[in-house]
Design a protein around this ligand. Structure first.
Ligand code: ZN
Length: 489
């Protein structure tokens, strides 16, 4: 774990908030630390005689964060909330909003109260892979004690928000000493803190580095990287799996065979049935990957088991519930595949799955990989999820795939399909079809064979064909018959 800070760059920045942005981006730029909206950072300052907490807004990506993504909240009224015995997360979020210094500031992170009560000017929170690999084990607390010594206090799993802030506050007040530079949240992640930007960031790097060293010294770091050629899935079987997954989801999803060599190695582990069914490495992962992965190709069977998990663990009046379809699949022939609402989220799911495999692999080598209870996972799925619904509302063709022949002459039509959320496979003579659009939702080919094989391995099937001649129509008919999209006539 390398400390990437450049002290000359840091000291030349105009103010502390700019320093906060700089070190937040260093953390967020390393995806072994945190990914896709996870994690958060904060800074406490005095402005016009008033203590202000700048905390990362909910949902923004730490690696791309800007000054405007930090919400300025008045520290005194927020910190006082910790004295309450009980507080629902909705009421807590309303209290954060009421304490905002500017009404148009972003919505403060769900962990704002936790940042507020930590008595340090600078606070960092990540879901670092190495820390999770140590913590996500039956004796996680003992391993952490051995790996990190008395530099951290250790907090049991609690749901994010008031419950977690309250528990962290109690543990910190009871256990922290002058040597404490961080706090590990079992099955969730790690906090580090300090009195300067460099110290606080450096403490995070130090602690994650120690977790890495611990895994290395216990022969639990190296993952065999033998790169076997991944057999491409037979396209009709793959399209059938996409249809079944989409039906279980109640809406079309893209399906991608990732080709990740680790995915194939993982799918062929003799203990796959155990290791892949424990739960997520940190609750945030479940939003993109669901609680557990599908093993093999029976999406319908998976959905009925998942529906039972939803029924058993949902709160009495949930705001909404996730669908029961899988998002991550392991097959001993196909390796890792992912399903997602659009191509961008397929990238996200594939990356989350890759990190999750590394964490579980190392935890299993250290002792045994374990996760949090199903009820807690579902609470997180409900709290942080729901983005697919928003995407479908804004882009109604999300999850659908169009094959467009004569693509070069149909630029506007393709642009419109992409705009509405569809993924597009363009087909035309001439190499320029490949570069017609620079979007993860577009692939262009100058031959039918590649358009069908690579297009389907990337998007999972075909729901509509535009501009095809008779020969192409005949080739596509069996694939169109496997489309999950049903249209009225
Ligand atoms: Zn977190």
């Amino acid at each position: 774990m390398k400390n990437l800070i450049d002290l000359r760059t840091l000291t030349q920045l105009p103010d502390e908030l700019a320093q906060r942005v700089y070190t937040s981006r260093l953390l967020g730029g390393d995806h072994s630390m945190v990914m896709h909206g996870g994690g958060n950072t904060s800074l406490k300052v005095v402005e016009d005689g008033e203590e202000i907490l700048y905390v990362k807004g909910s949902g923004s990506d730490l690696g791309l964060v800007e000054t405007a993504d930090f919400a300025p909240v008045r520290l005194v009224p927020v910190r006082r909330l910790i004295e309450l015995k009980e507080l629902g997360n909705d009421a807590m979020i309303a209290a954060f909003r009421a304490a905002l210094k500017h009404p148009h500031a972003p919505r403060p992170s769900i962990e704002t109260l936790l940042h507020a009560v930590l008595p340090f000017k600078w606070v960092e929170h990540t879901h670092a892979d190495a820390v999770l690999a140590v913590a996500d084990t039956p004796h996680g607390a003992d391993h952490l004690r051995a790996a990190l010594g008395d530099a951290v206090v250790i907090v049991p799993y609690r749901h994010s928000g008031f419950e977690l802030a309250k528990c962290c506050h109690q543990v910190f007040t009871r256990d922290a000493t002058a040597k404490t530079i961080g706090m590990v949240l079992l099955h969730h992640g790690i906090f580090a803190f300090g009195n300067s930007a460099a110290e606080s960031y450096g403490n995070m790097i130090e602690l994650v580095g120690r977790a890495e060293d611990y895994l290395k010294s216990h022969a639990a770091w190296d993952i065999p990287t033998e790169s076997r050629a991944l057999p491409p899935a037979e396209i009709h079987e793959f399209a059938a799996l996409r249809r079944d997954i989409s039906r279980a989801a109640g809406a079309p999803l893209l399906l991608r065979q990732t080709g990740d060599p680790l995915g194939l190695a993982y799918a062929r582990r003799p203990d796959l049935a155990e290791i892949s069914q424990q739960g997520p490495a940190t609750p945030h992962h479940a939003v993109f990957a669901k609680r557990v992965a599908l093993l093999g190709r029976d999406a319908t069977g998976f959905a009925s088991v998942y529906a039972r998990y939803l029924a058993d663990h949902a709160p009495a009046t949930p705001a909404w519930l996730p669908d029961p379809a899988p998002r991550v699949m392991f097959d001993p022939e196909w390796g890792l595949s992912v399903a997602a609402v659009n191509a961008q989220y397929a990238d996200t799911a594939a990356e989350i799955a890759h990190h999750a495999m590394e964490i579980a692999w190392r935890a299993q080598a250290l002792e045994r990989y374990t996760s949090l209870p199903p009820r807690e996972v579902l609470a997180a799925e409900i709290d942080y999820g729901g983005f697919e619904l928003k995407i479908r509302r804004a882009a109604p063709l999300s999850g659908e795939v169009a094959l467009v022949a004569g693509a070069l002459a149909r630029r506007d039509e393709i642009a419109d399909l992409l705009e509405q959320g569809a993924a597009v496979i363009g087909l035309d003579e001439g190499e320029q079809v490949a570069a017609l659009f620079a979007s993860p939702a577009y692939l262009g080919f100058s031959d039918v064979k590649n358009a069908l094989s690579r297009g389907i391995h990337q998007f999972g099937g075909i729901d509509r064909l535009l501009g095809g001649n008779e020969r192409l129509e005949a080739l596509c008919r069996p694939l169109l018959a496997l489309s999950p999209v049903t249209r009225g006539h």
